[in-house]
Ligand binder design. Structure first.
Ligand code: ZN
Length: 68
């Protein structure tokens, strides 16, 4: 998916990440896109430790295509 196709409010899969978001298969809503379009913030639709959390995701990695 190209960054130009991403808009605030879009639902996206959150890439699994060793540090911040190790769980696979979570989706969330895009709540912020950086000016250069290379980073987005996604609010996970699932709660983590009972909280709603937002994850920053760099778009210029190929993680977007690596979801199971
Ligand atoms: Zn999550």
């Amino acid at each position: 998916m190209l960054i130009t196709e991403i808009k605030i409010g879009d639902k996206m899969k959150i890439p699994a990440d060793q540090k911040f978001h190790p769980e696979y298969g979570h989706s969330g809503k895009v709540v912020w896109i950086s000016e250069d379009g290379k980073t987005v913030a996604i609010q996970c639709e699932k709660r983590h430790n009972g909280k709603k959390v937002v994850f920053m995701v760099k778009i210029n990695s190929n993680k977007w295509g690596a979801q199971p």
